[in-house]
Every structure is written in structure tokens, then in C-alpha cells.
Design a protein around this ligand. Structure first.
Ligand code: PBG
Length: 326
């Protein structure tokens, strides 16, 4: 028996045929937009290393969120830039803290049109830039941190967050947050856990966006994962599932598609992936030089994240992709 030379090409002949057989279809409803809100500014401040992304005022944040909701983007994750920081990161759970104020306004203005979430961590709020308070040796104190994460979860839930997203990579954080929420009448609030979060150089532009410098030239390798490891991410995921996570996340996305695929195969929960600031910035920088077709690369790369197994993709490209996909 002979096979025709056109065997694989038969289904590639026209655009409608390719659409009919497409295995992965990216939709605006797959996307969540990370957004920044800064306390004490009157006009939005562009972020140089994240072209097209700004630190918002509460007013401009509401406008941006409404535009995203109109485009079919179903969720946002809010990051706060407080006017003052301290050793424990107390503005993170202050009811008058910038994220709580912004969540209340968004809830009022947007109703239920979008899932409202905020990053649940302390690094944007501590003066040393670590994800929790430090012990006498200058290491992040795990158990003190997760106790504070419980407070942040409650503050966000009271301000109207639909889900909480802990990103600190402390051991036991999901269980501690679940207990805090359940103990205060918020049993219905899901946890989207940053389960497999790597210590990555791709977070550089984000740290400009939230004005975070880690004290003493430090890094987060004492609590975030080593990028040489994949099996370890499955242990992280297993623990988070056992502690009550409702959605598990892999971060970054593009350099970790093998991890996304492995996590997808491991769990029946929804899987999220975070296409991070450095991944976004690389597309923008190359496109600006005319070296790549930015929108085409954006669509290809974010589709690849979904193809690898992500149900939810957090991306600074949410708005521009939603416009293309609409
Ligand atoms: C921690 C946090 C970080 C990001 C999201 N949450 C930074 C870090 O862990 O150092 C990075 C996101 C990005 O690079 O887009 N609160």
C-alpha cells in the first residue's frame, strides 16, 4: 500500500478547515489580567520595562477593568503599590490599604462581570522586599508569614475579592489561608495557589512595577523553586491540593511548559499559568526593534501555554489578545 504525499496536508488547505480541526482555541475567557494600582498618585504612571502597562490610580484602574470586562476577559489579579512599607508588610491587610480600597471600588463599579482577585503576598508591602517577616538570622520566618497571609486573605475577602491567590511560596500557606477564610465566614472563596513558582530572572520588570528591591541584593531562592527541578513542582502541587487549593498555578509559563504539562497530567483541578513580566517584555522589546511580529508572537506563545494544559492564563497581553480574538 502506498500513501499519498498529501496525507498530512489534506486538513491544512483552507482557513475554515484548519479552524474545524484546531485542537486548541484561545478565548478571552481563558485570560486574567494582572493590574497595578498605586497609592498616592493623581495620574497613571507608565512602567518603562512593561510597555503598555501602567501603575493605575483607582479611577484609571476602574476604567481599564471595565474595558477588559467588555472585551470578555473574565478576571483580574490586582497588585498594590503602597505609599509606605514596613518590616511586616502591614498595608497588605489594612482595611484602608490600597488593594482593599481598590477592590471595594471595583466591586461597586463592575458588579459580577469579572472575577476580582488580588495577589496575596507581602513583598510589595515590606521595606526589605521579602515575602514575609524576617527572623533573627534575616531569613523569612515561614510560620509568621503564613499567619499574616491569613490576615491578608480576610482583608481581601472583606473588600470583595472573589478568590485569593497566594504567591509567597511559604510551606503550609494554602492550609493556613483556608483555615482563616473558613473560620470567618468565607468558606466559599476559592484559593488559586501559586503552587509551582520558580525563582526566576523573568520577574525583573515586575519588580520595577511594584517598586520592590530585595534588601542586600538578596533573592528568593530560599523559598521559590529551583529552575532545575520539575518533579519537585509535583510535590508542591500535591501539598497544595491536600491543603485545599481550588486552582493550581505554574509560574513563569513559557519556559516551564513541561511543568504545565506535568501538572495538567497530575491533577483534575483547573491549572493556571502566569506569563510573567519578563516574558511579556521580551516580546515587546523585539517587536519594537522590528525583529519579530509582536502580535503574532503573542498569540502563538499564549496559545502554546493553553496547548500545554493551562485552563487559565494570567498575562499582561490579556487586553490586546482579547481584542484580536473577539
Ligand atoms: C510576588 C510576585 C511576583 C510576581 C507576582 N507575584 C514577584 C516575585 O515573586 O518576585 C511576578 C510577576 C511577573 O513577573 O509578572 N508577590
Amino acid at each position: 500500500m502506498t500513501f499519498p504525499a498529501t496525507r498530512m496536508r489534506r486538513l491544512r488547505g483552507t482557513a475554515p478547515l484548519r479552524d474545524l480541526v484546531a485542537e486548541t482555541v484561545l478565548a478571552p475567557s481563558d485570560l486574567m489580567a494582572p493590574l497595578f494600582v498605586r497609592e498616592g498618585i493623581d495620574t497613571p504612571q507608565p512602567i518603562a520595562s512593561l510597555p503598555g502597562v501602567s501603575q493605575h490610580t483607582v479611577e484609571s484602574l476602574v476604567k481599564e477593568a471595565r474595558a477588559l470586562a467588555d472585551l470578555g476577559v473574565r478576571g483580574l489579579v490586582l497588585f498594590g503599590v503602597p505609599a509606605t512599607k514596613d518590616a511586616v508588610g502591614s498595608p497588605a491587610w489594612d482595611p484602608a490599604g490600597i488593594v482593599q480600597v481598590a477592590l471595594l471600588r471595583l466591586r461597586d463599579e463592575l458588579g459580577d462581570s469579572m472575577v476580582l482577585a488580588a495577589d496575596l503576598c507581602l513583598d510589595e508591602y515590606t521595606d526589605h522586599g521579602h515575602c514575609g517577616p524576617l527572623d533573627d538570622q534575616g531569613e523569612v520566618d515561614n510560620d509568621a508569614a503564613i499567619e499574616l497571609y491569613g490576615r491578608v486573605a480576610l482583608a481581601q475577602a472583606r473588600a470583595g475579592a472573589d478568590l485569593v491567590a497566594p504567591s509567597g511560596m511559604m510551606d503550609g500557606q494554602v492550609g493556613a489561608i483556608r483555615a482563616a477564610l473558613d473560620g470567618d465566614g468565607f468558606a466559599a472563596i476559592p484559593i488559586m495557589a501559586y503552587s509551582a513558582k520558580y525563582a526566576s530572572a523573568l520577574y525583573g520588570p515586575f519588580r520595577d512595577a511594584v517598586d520592590v528591591t530585595i534588601a542586600g541584593g538578596g533573592d528568593r531562592r530560599g523559598y521559590q523553586q529551583d529552575f532545575r527541578n520539575r518533579r519537585e513542582s509535583l510535590r508542591e502541587v500535591d501539598l497544595d491540593v491536600a491543603e485545599g487549593a481550588d486552582i493550581v498555578m505554574v509560574k513563569p509559563a513559557l519556559s516551564y511548559l513541561d511543568v504545565v504539562a506535568a501538572v495538567r497530567a497530575r491533577v483534575t483541578l483547573p491549572v493556571a499559568a502566569y506569563h510573567v513580566s519578563g516574558e511579556y517584555a521580551m516580546i515587546k522589546a523585539a517587536a519594537e526593534r522590528g525583529w519579530i511580529d509582536g502580535p503574532a508572537v503573542a498569540l502563538e506563545q499564549i496559545t502554546a501555554v493553553k496547548r500545554a494544559g493551562a485552563d487559565i492564563i494570567l498575562t499582561y497581553l490579556a487586553g490586546e489578545l482579547a481584542r484580536v480574538l473577539a
